[in-house]
Design a binder for this molecule. Structure first.
Ligand code: FMN
Length: 209
């Protein structure tokens, strides 16, 4: 039995394409793996704290030297990291906001990408990063209002969403990352519903693979 962690990053609930994709994913996954458990982590509508001076002071010192203040500052991070560590499958659904990711998702990433917890950093090595999350697979469900962000397309140079998120997962040790795209969500009902149908097909294909 595997544990699936579903992270939703859209600021909206109503008419959210990324949440629809996540729900489709969960439905298809449960059909194929009824014994698996699913945990949801809300990011888009929660105020996940930004890292603070106290957070940084605590995170970069050995655990046994942490003060009560350090421990308190790291408590949200600890909770979010333990959720990630417990998951076998991570499903992240997110819109593109301003050619990147919602700031709420960036706050989440800053909480979980943490030295000695999800990444080991050895300065001076050609590749100083060793990811500490093992045996996990991630699915990125990425939604954009516009289109043309793929390699060779007109807005490729403005896509700070796909590679950024893949890098974050890979730095934490998750190499197995699949991407489902829904482009043109803001291009009217006909275009967006065709894009949704195509994305649904991609999800089914990935799950049945
Ligand atoms: C604040 C904001 C910024 C956005 N920036 C972009 C952008 O840079 N590029 C783009 O293609 N779409 C952009 N969009 C459109 C969203 O990606 C699109 O509406 C998407 O469907 C939102 O995800 P959701 O449907 O899950 O809420 C933006 C939307 C919002 C609200």
């Amino acid at each position: 039995m595997s544990k699936v962690l579903v992270i939703n990053a859209s600021a909206r609930q109503d008419r959210s394409f990324s949440r629809i994709l996540a729900a489709i994913f969960v439905g298809k996954w449960k059909q194929k793996h009824p014994e698996d458990s699913v945990v949801h982590r809300e990011v888009g509508q929660e105020n996940i704290p930004h890292v603070s001076e106290a957070w940084i002071a605590g995170a970069f010192k050995p655990a046994h030297l942490r003060t009560e203040e350090d421990v308190a500052a790291l408590s949200v991070s600890d909770t979010l990291i333990s959720e990630l560590k417990e998951a076998d499958i991570i499903v992240l659904s997110t819109p593109m906001y301003n050619w990147s990711i919602p700031s709420a998702l960036k706050a989440y990433i800053d909480q979980v990408l943490r030295v000695n917890e999800t990444v080991l950093i050895e300065p001076g090595k050609p590749d100083p990063y060793t990811g500490l999350l093992k045996n996990k697979k991630a699915f990125l469900l990425l939604v954009r209002g516009n289109k043309g962000y793929e390699p060779g397309e007109y807005f490729e140079h403005m896509n700070f969403q796909t590679n950024y998120l893949k890098t974050v997962f890979r730095i934490m040790g998750i190499q197995d990352v699949e991407v489902v795209l829904l482009n043109g969500a803001a291009h009217g009902e006909e275009a967006s519903s065709a894009a949704l149908t195509a994305a649904q097909g991609n999800i089914e294909e990935l799950i049945n693979r």
